[in-house]
Design a protein around this ligand. Sequence first.
Ligand code: FAD
Length: 368
Amino acid sequence: MSKSFLIVGAGFYGATCARELTDAGHRCTVIDKRTHIGGNCYTRYVEEANCHEHHYGAHIFHTNSQRIWDYVNRFARFNHYINRVKVSHREKIYSFPINLFTLYQVFGVKTPQEAIACLEKKKIPIVKPKNMEEWCLANVGREIYEIFIEGYSTKQWDKHPRDLPASIIRRIPMRLNFDDNYFNDRYQGIPIGGYTSIFEKMLEGIPLELNVDFHKERDFFLRKFDQVIFTGPIDSFFDYSLGHLEYRSLRFDHQVLNSPDYQGNAVFNHTEAIVPYTRTYEHKHFDLNYSATKTAITFEYPEKWTPGKIEIYPVNTDENQNLFLKYQAYAKDLPKVTFGGRLGQYRYYDMHQVIGAALEKVKFLTQS
Ligand code: FAD
């Protein structure tokens, strides 16, 4: 039987649900409190630089799943962009993620065997590391820790690694070959024409209202629709009655420069504590389009999250997890409402994971 669905949020979770439910014969309406579709994957075309600005931070699509790759390719063609990050630290540039070339740059080693022997010597014996700093010193030694981790983590978490638990870092990805592809997945790329056009195609023919906050007309919406799919923050749905789930936030400073190429690469990580931003992006390198004489760049600054700011990274502490579980228990009493996506699940999800989770949820909703 055909049902009416209100989908709150026009990001990947909401758009996938809307497309699939509509194609299965249901009636969907999508709302978003922002003035644009795409959620955090929204891209804006910058005419002077002839490229698409990743408005909420660099987004590289990557997946190992043939099913998800085929699905997203229904709505876009992808270019052959491969994410190869560079690290800037004290006037030097390093290859990243850490690979044999990085180890050559730091230690002068030239072969995997030399690298293994060198790294073993660099490890500082610490039997039970008490914090993140000690964990790093014990596992990768001082040089790697100071160049790649100390300053960057201090900025990212607003705390020095010696004040962060060792459990925050479980592994430092390190390759003993010259492969500098950031991702290990089979498929990777940037949609030609930007991410926003994916959402335009996904939402084709589906009623959409922007600039509409669900909470302002919550009772009306709950009465009007058979089912609600809510992709906003789960704690907001319950008026933060048990308290706020914590996030880290980011601030993006977008600029257009009168130069054809600012940094020669899409992404630079700035790992020195004294440099206030963590990353710079140059958007024409994502699009692989070098036709314009100007360039669009973004400085990414980590920020303390306070209510009203964009929720970016869930803070993975036991307290937050317990609070989330309590909200989830509340949610179980609302059979009309489904909570999904990164904010509904209070989880860091990549795009392919969000699409996969939405496809599973629609399967469940259309079978029950
Ligand atoms: P969102 O995109 O956040 O969409 C939720 C929508 O709900 C928003 O548009 C919001 O306005 C709306 N909403 C919330 N509350 C309400 C309300 N009350 N009323 C109406 N509307 C509401 N993933 C990758 O795969 N590769 C990457 O390289 C990558 N890089 C990233 C970089 C950064 C800086 C960030 C933050 C994320 C990155 N991601 C990346 C993850 C990616 O952004 C997410 O997987 C994806 O955006 C999640 O989609 P979503 O639909 O769950 O949430």
